[in-house]
Design a protein around this ligand. Structure first.
Ligand code: PMP
Length: 396
């Protein structure tokens, strides 16, 4: 019998990935994703989740989610525009707008979905998008979906952005031009140069779009990177995720009332994909309230980030130029980085290696994500294990 084209395609390509060592075997976490996780029966200190404030396993949020299930059930039942908009969604969006200092907000089923939704609802083939070279995959895919011309600028290079903005606007080829950036870049922990970006945007009448997935709940005393620079009234699209510091799942856009009204009638995941579940929305709402009203967790997160960074730096590791609690430990060589991560796991620390093509060749790193929930003892153990492996592998 003839071999099916799909079977051949999959076999050949999977084998090629395995041969190159690029096939990612997924680790299964047996239980909750807290500061200690269990994988294959072994307990490990978790330095790899985006659960910055420890809210994914917060007792109050768990209770709120369970209560919502009792009252509303497990599903929203429909897309938002039919009858999937529960009072819980409206309440969440009101809180998000208040939290972000905007007129209104709209929520989506994920941060990824949100970028797919929002960019393509406003930009089209007559437009151009200036996009930081290191922007997240969901921004890149959202840009592609819009069919606008994508013009990448060098990472945080304001001269390059200005030159490209000027060329795009002066060419007269585009009806609208947008500039998009991550608020915090997740591989290095650096913060976008928003004041300069806004300056350039004003000069060339660019639409401004900031995806603060890694900044919300972290920078700006928890309110995010736009707030950190007091630019709430200058950024058109403030994007966030509800899955990282907020600890649950979902994404959102905060902005002017007209923008949000437009997204409600034109963004396709809002129109054609079932709404976030009652448990997600209730827990998220409670999490936003918690972050907005208490600085304790955010302060703890930063203190833990500073502690881990100082510990690794004192040992002689290269921790890059992070401006946030994200703590990369740059090893360099790809194979050595992977070996380092493997040894960390053997010694009891779950911190993953990140190598080319996710980061440039020769800058392989272990990305450490300390959270507010880690104890000093846990971080001390991590630092001691880093020292042992660093010496063993000749990195320090
Ligand atoms: N935007 C950025 C900048 C991100 O880092 C991520 C998550 N890796 C997302 C969007 C996607 O968010 P979510 O996980 O909520 O889909």
């Amino acid at each position: 019998m003839l071999e099916k084209i799909l079977d051949r395609f999959l076999e050949e390509n999977l084998q090629a990935l395995r041969d190159q060592g690029l096939y990612n075997e997924i680790d299964v976490v047996e239980g909750a994703n807290g500061t200690i996780i269990q994988i294959k029966g072994k307990e490990l200190i978790n330095l790899s989740s985006n659960n910055y404030l420890g809210l994914a396993t917060n007792e109050k949020l768990k209770r709120v989610a369970v209560d919502a299930v009792h009252e509303y059930g497990v599903g929203a039942g429909a897309v938002r525009t039919i009858n999937g908009t529960l009072d819980l969604h409206v309440e969440l969006e009101r809180k998000l707008a208040e939290f972000k200092g905007t007129e209104a907000a709209i929520s989506y089923q994920s941060g990824f979905n949100c970028n797919m939704a929002a960019i393509s609802a406003v930009m089209d083939k007559h437009d151009a998008i200036l996009s930081d070279q290191l922007n997240h995959a969901s921004i890149i895919d959202g840009c592609r979906l819009s069919k606008a011309k994508i013009i990448a600028y060098n990472h945080s290079d304001m001269d390059d952005l200005k030159r490209k903005a000027e060329d795009a606007v002066n060419s007269g080829q585009y009806k609208k031009v947008m500039v998009i950036t991550d608020g915090v870049f997740s591989m290095d922990g650096d913060i976008a140069k928003l004041p300069e970006i806004i300056e350039i945007a004003k000069q060339f009448d660019l639409i401004t779009y900031v995806d603060d997935a890694h900044g919300s709940g972290v920078t700006g005393k928890g309110k995010g990177t736009v707030k950190h620079f007091s630019l709430e009234s200058e950024v058109d699209f403030q994007i966030g995720t509800l899955s990282k510091a907020v600890g649950v799942v979902g994404g959102y856009v905060a902005g002017k009332r007209n923008l949000i009204d437009w997204l409600k009638v034109r963004s396709r995941p809002f129109l054609f994909s079932t709404a976030l579940t009652p448990a997600d929305v209730a827990a998220t709402s409670a999490a936003i309230e918690l972050i907005a009203n208490s600085s304790e967790l955010v302060e703890k997160l930063w203190a833990n980030g500073d502690y881990l960074k100082a510990g690794l730096k004192d040992l002689g590791f290269n921790i890059g130029n992070s401006e946030t609690p994200i703590t990369p430990c740059i090893i360099g060589d790809e194979k050595l980085t992977q070996q380092f991560s493997k040894r960390l796991i053997e010694e009891g620390v779950y911190a993953k290696s990140i190598v080319f093509p996710t980061v440039p060749k020769g800058t392989g790193r272990i990305r450490n994500m300390p959270t507010a929930a880690h104890t000093k003892e846990m971080l001390d153990s991590c630092i001691a294990i880093y020292e042992k492996i660093g010496k063993e592998l000749g990195v320090i």
